[in-house]
Structure formats: C-alpha cells, structure tokens
Design a protein around this ligand. Structure first.
Ligand SMILES: [Zn+2]
Length: 359
C-alpha cells in the first residue's frame, strides 16, 4: 500500500475518533442530586406497588366466583373464606425500608391491618366490608397501640380459627368511624392466588396455588383473565399435578408447573409435544375449565377467542407455531365444549364434564 494512501485512509477515521472523544467530553449532562433521586425512586416504587396490588385485587375478584361455584369439583380441597385480602404495615418479612415506606404511602395503615381486596358477592362484600377498611377487632380480640405488632402478626392465624364458626364478628375502621359486622364464611375451593411481578404472559399452578404474571394480567381483559384462571383451576380440581408426579416420579412436580406455563403459551409447545401426557393434561384442563365457568354462572360463548388472540402473539414470536399449530386445536376444542354445554343446558342435564364422576 502506498504510504500516502495509507495516511489519507487513516486521517478520516482518526478525525472521527477525535470528534467522538471531544463529543463525549463536551456535552454537559445534568447532575441528578441524590435527594431528588431518592424521592423519584420512592414515587416509582409506590406506583409499581400500587399497580401490583390493584391487579391482585382484580384477579382475586375474577377468581372468586369460580372458587365458590365449583366446590363439587374440588375433591376435598375446600376451605372457608370471607373473600377478602388484607395486609399489615410490617406483615411481610424481607422488605427493605424503602419498600415498607412505599406500602405505608399506598395503604395509610395508621398501624392497623388494611383490607385491600373484597371480592364482589363474597361474604365480606355482602356484609358491607369495603376496600381500604382497617381491621381493628376480630371477635373480642381488639387492636391497641401497645398490642399492635402482635395483633398484626397473628391476624391471619386468628382469622383462620374464627373461620370455623358460622359467623365472624369483625370491627372495621373507615374514615374515622368504626363499624361492627358479622361475616358468614363461605365454603370455596381452597386454591390460593399470587401475582408474579414480571412482564411475560404466563400463568401456572402447582395444584394448590395459581400464579399469574403481571404481563398476563395487563395483556388480557377481565373475561380473558377469567378464562385463564378457569384453566389453571381445572388443573387443580382435576388433580393434574399429583397425577403427573405419581406417574413420573417426584421430579416432575416442578417440571409440570413449569411446563404448564409453556404449554399455555403455545409457542414452545412443539418442543414438548413428545410428552403425550402433558398434551392430554392440557386438553383436559381446557375442557374442564369450560364447565367450571358454566357452573360459576358464566357464559362460555366466545371463550375460545383467547386462542386466536394469543395465537397472533405466538405466530409473531415463533416460527415453530406454523409447524405445530396447537392454538387452532385448542380454539376448536373450546368451541365444541361450549356447544356441548349449551346442549346440556337446553336438555336440563347437569353441567358435568363427560366421563367425570364427582366424589
Ligand atoms: Zn395448563
């Protein structure tokens, strides 16, 4: 190479480098003072937590009628419930001081436990309990400033004990006033619910608890979420997790929980399609979920649409979908199940899945 040419080639790139270095050094990014940063962090954390709590309240409300309307299918895993969710100022361990401060800002605890979710039609709702009510007494066990930490810590346990009674006397505090009310616990399927604060669109269950991601809650409308919850509840009522572990050894318990969320997504299904048991389990859950919805008083029409809607996402994300079109099958299965349920309704037959014996 001619030395002159070499030099001229070098010059442009050298200039660019110099410009970049100078460029970096010459702009003047505003400084962020640490006190302002602390305030903004706090605000954002409050926002995130309040979004999370309102989504849990929404899921709780959507799941409640399914739990209450399907005790016949819950095979000895029923429990008594008032239909509320509550939280205490220091109730959860492992929270940082920043998180505790954010929770204080959201709930206005004033040292007392706060009810943040009341399911519509639940015993608490019927008795007049409202979200943001503070619990100040259960029976004659009363909150006082000196007993506050003991009261808050043992409230869940005490409520569990009281739930065995026909009526739970609650005293609540609302806008500076106190109200006494007797709440009659209802028998419901004993399946818990939690929200995973991540953005992927997933739901899964370990057989006793349904986990929904924030991404799924935000992606789907109310009735779509209810369809998902019914699918997960069907896994619980059908004893799928237990059945899978018995058939395949202890190790599968986690695998199935993990696999369930993947199968639900559909896009990665092909990788798992060799596992015939998991396919059958998903089919059963889809089929039974429509009966859970029907028995809880919901229309099953249009429930299949969720598969068309999620299919768009799956197709977009994964070419695997084209070779293993699982969503279309699920769509058709739910459509046919809806028709089957409608026939049974018209003929006055009990709404029980074909082949199922209720113990
Ligand atoms: Zn499933």
């Amino acid at each position: 190479m001619n030395p002159h040419n070499y030099a001229t080639k070098l010059i442009p790139s050298f200039s660019v480098t110099v410009l970049l270095i100078v460029g970096c050094a010459s702009i003047d990014v505003p400084r962020v003072p640490s006190d302002e940063l602390a305030v903004e962090r706090q605000l954002q954390l409050e926002h995130t937590l309040s979004v999370g709590f309102s989504q849990i309240a929404r899921l709780h409300d959507l799941l409640w009628p399914l739990l209450q309307g399907n005790t016949d299918f819950c095979r000895g895993m029923t429990t008594r419930s008032l239909g509320i969710r509550h939280t205490s100022p220091r109730g959860e361990t492992g929270l940082s001081s920043v998180e505790l401060k954010a929770r204080d800002a959201i709930f206005n605890f004033n040292g007392r436990p706060v009810i943040y979710a009341v399911a519509k039609g639940s015993p608490a709702d019927v008795a007049g309990v409202q979200p943001n009510d503070r619990i100040v007494a259960v029976g004659n066990w009363t909150w006082t400033a000196t007993s506050a930490s003991e009261f808050n810590r043992s409230l869940p346990r005490r409520l569990d004990v009281m739930m065995r009674r026909d009526s739970v006397p609650l005293e609540i505090e609302r806008d500076g006033e106190r109200f006494r009310m007797n709440v009659t616990p209802a028998r419901v399927c004993g399946v818990k619910l939690s929200l995973k604060p991540t953005l992927e669109v997933q739901a899964r269950t370990n057989g006793r608890e349904i986990l929904v991601t924030l991404g799924m809650a935000e992606r789907l409308d109310d009735e779509q979420v209810r369809t998902v919850l019914a699918h997960e509840l069907a896994h619980c009522t059908m004893g799928h997790i237990t059945r899978a572990s018995v058939n395949s050894g202890v190790g599968l318990l986690f695998d199935l929980a993990f696999l369930t969320q993947r199968v639900w997504l559909g896009g990665v299904f092909s990788r798992l399609s060799r596992d015939a048991m998991s396919i059958n389990i998903e089919r059963e859950a889809d089929y039974a979920s429509m009966y859970l919805l029907a028995n809880a008083g919901f229309d099953t029409a249009g429930r299949a649409e969720i598969w068309r809607e999620l299919a768009d996402e799956v197709t977009f994300r994964s070419s695997l979908f084209n070779t293993h079109p699982y969503s279309p099958e699920r769509y058709l299965l739910l459509t046919k199940t809806h028709e089957e349920i409608e026939r049974k309704r018209q003929q006055g037959q009990p709404l029980v899945p074909n082949g199922m014996r209720i113990r």
